[in-house]
Write a protein that binds this ligand. Structure first.
Ligand SMILES: Nc1ncnc2c1ncn2[C@@H]1O[C@H](COP(=O)(O)OP(=O)(O)OP(=O)(O)O)[C@@H](O)[C@H]1O
Ligand SMILES: [Mg+2]
Length: 236
């Protein structure tokens, strides 16, 4: 069984085919990078994986069960961060997480403090989110995604807006989570980051998967993921 599998997943917006027969297979415990230029179809794919958007055709399986906007049961085992997460600005980071924790019967205050510690926000937990930097909001978003101990994490550009130190910390955190058995599917434009932490990648271009493989194997074929990327995505 795969943690995540898509079967000819397709999304059309009018005449535009944003996602075109995408077949992805992500194994449990894998850290999988989803690469592609602006407008390639990454967020659209992720939205369908999370049941936020209906596929025009094709299917998504998460942990062996089909997902759709009307069949979201299995998504209880999924944590997600898509775009910059919204929080209540006049509440503290901890208060925001405590509110979210109420959605889950088995998430208590100790778990809230545990995830705050995990993402490095323990000291800032009492401060209002209004005063958080982009990086701190991003980390709080990850903390929220982790609250219910998901088996699969789906992250759309988790390092966007982070400074080099924040990026390094995020990288180490994601790697540690994957080493602990959490499957992670993330989209990113930061090829160097992806190269350092991901086990496998897929490259999407104009809605189609044009390259895929183990990072280690791809790096024997290409000097870097950047070289792979530019091989398939012509630069204007
Ligand atoms: N709701 C929508 N209605 C119409 N077109 C859309 C809609 N959402 C996305 N698109 C189009 O679908 C294509 C794929 O968009 P998507 O946001 O999935 O790309 P992306 O790979 O996430 O890009 P980026 O790297 O810029 O985030 C783009 O051409 C986009 O304009
Ligand atoms: Mg996107």
């Amino acid at each position: 069984m795969y943690a995540l599998q898509t079967f000819d997943l397709t999304k059309r917006f009018g005449d535009l085919v944003a996602v075109d027969h995408v077949n992805l297979k992500v194994q449990e415990g894998e850290l999988f990078g989803f690469l592609g230029p602006n407008g390639a179809g990454k967020t659209t794919t992720i939205s369908m994986i999370l049941g936020l958007l209906y596929p025009t055709a094709g299917r998504v399986h998460v942990l062996g069960e089909e997902v759709s906007p009307t069949r979201t049961h299995v998504l209880r085992q999924v944590g997600a961060m898509v775009n910059t997460p919204g929080f209540l600005p006049y509440l503290s980071g901890r208060e925001n997480l405590r509110l979210l924790a109420r959605l889950y019967p088995d998430v208590d205050e100790r778990r809230v403090d545990e995830v705050l510690e995990l993402v490095g926000l323990r000291d800032a937990a009492k401060r209002k989110v209004k005063g958080y930097s982009t990086g701190m909001k991003q980390r709080l978003g990850l903390a929220a995604a982790l609250l219910h101990r998901p088996r699969l994490l789906v992250l759309d550009e988790p390092t966007s807006g982070l400074d080099p130190i924040g990026m390094k910390e995020m990288r180490e955190l994601l790697r540690a989570l994957a080493d602990g058995g959490t499957t992670i599917f993330l989209s990113s434009h930061l090829l160097h980051e992806v190269e350092q932490i991901c086990d496998r990648v897929a490259l999407i271009h104009q809605g189609r998967i044009v390259a895929e493989g183990e990072v280690r194997a791809l790096l024997q074929q290409y000097k870097s993921l950047e070289e792979m990327f530019t091989t398939y995505v012509e630069t204007p």
